[in-house]
Design a protein around this ligand. Sequence first.
Ligand code: HEM
Length: 446
Amino acid sequence: MTHGLSQAGPDYTAEFARDPLAFLRAQAGERAVRFRLNDLPYVLVNDVKAIHDLLVTQSDRFTRTEFTREALAPFLGNGLLTSDGDLHRRQRRLMQPAFHPYRIENYARLMIRHIEHAISGWVDGMQMNVTETVVALSLGVVTEALFGEDASEAAGDLHQMLHLMQQAQAAEFDPQRHDATRRAEFERDLRAAVGKIDQRIHGLIARRRAGGSGGNDLLAMLLAATDISGEGGMSDQQVRDEVITLFIAGHETTSVTLTWAFWLLGKDQSVYDALISEVDGSLGDGVPTPAQLMNLALPMQIIRETLRLYPTAWILFNRLATTTTKLSDIPVMSDEIVMVSPYAVQRSAHHFEHPDAFNPGHFAEGWEKRRDKFSYFPFGGGARICIGQHFALMEASSLLAMMAQRFRFRLLDPEQAIIPQPLTTLQPDVPIEIELVARQETEKGR
Ligand code: HEM
């Protein structure tokens, strides 16, 4: 690997816009590459020690970029995704307990209930659009985890807002993003959507505050959270920003991961056979408990491998250097924007043999010790590592396990070429459709 660094670097706006994933993979052999996009200076970093420095040791020298803040703040305000510095540190401290692994067991109960409800409507021979199925599931799970009994009140408005936010984020690398008419239309829709959601969420917050913030959902935990430094809890506005941030960050990321997992499993029957044998040996026929699901190995390995090949966050949020510094031995100037791509790094032959092949064995027990740190980072790292990673892994792996108890499936079109689309998240370009095959009692050996 070499540094592809020269002073200002070439203008790659057109190349990047044409095919961002091909661009990133073509550069993956360089430890770092300096270039310009839309007149801004970027440094793409692929070197794992430099990524470690960016996310861990030097993270306080970088902030969100102006673009990220402009695109997301109208929706998310100052929530965890958009805030920086002291506010981010304080909010992370306040919110971390709600995502502690022991809490995951509570969320798992809720997930199992939603999954059981979905699967109980499935029958032999049923054809389904995987994306629609898993979007409905993850939407149900995240809204109930956030709002408990008040879930249905918020769900529709939140979904509409998510759609607008994706458009705003997708504009980052669009050479025509300054078109005035498009912007004005977009801002009008945005004001309407945000106004509606604000009214709902503030209504819910006021009701909860008035009735004493009991309950087990995330909203209740945010309302009750108090800083150990004695600074008190969160304002209503901060609670609103965090609730919406969690919804936005937690919903589509999980469902799109599951969609890819179905596609990969549909192409490789042997992995699904192995999943069935583990599930039959450990879960039997009944509705599993959270502890039983947490003890399974293969469902988690499948999801981790899916996230290696199709990391939802194909690039992390870009980081703006607030000072001149070095990442490993790679110089970065003040005001340069650092880009890192889990997609490019995790598909590099430098880190994984046969990097494009689906092999959940990469994540067999002890994998973290066998791999270079930051050769695999679908949840980011350091102080801003995904707060919902255990939540997401639990949800996605539980669906696979509970489905394998009762169904096999086949892709309706196994020859279909699927092209990953690097939108806000990394998505298949066409819907993935499957046909369910109910498992026979004889096959289960019971
Ligand atoms: C498979 C599913 C998921 C993936 C792949 C994923 C990925 C990520 C990544 C890569 C980051 C770091 C971004 C960066 O540093 O630039 C992140 C941050 C975050 N994620 Fe997730 N995420 C997932 C699910 C969830 C869920 C379920 C939730 C909440 C319920 C969530 C909430 C958040 C929040 C709040 C942050 C910001 C953390 C901070 O900056 O302190 N994510 N996620």
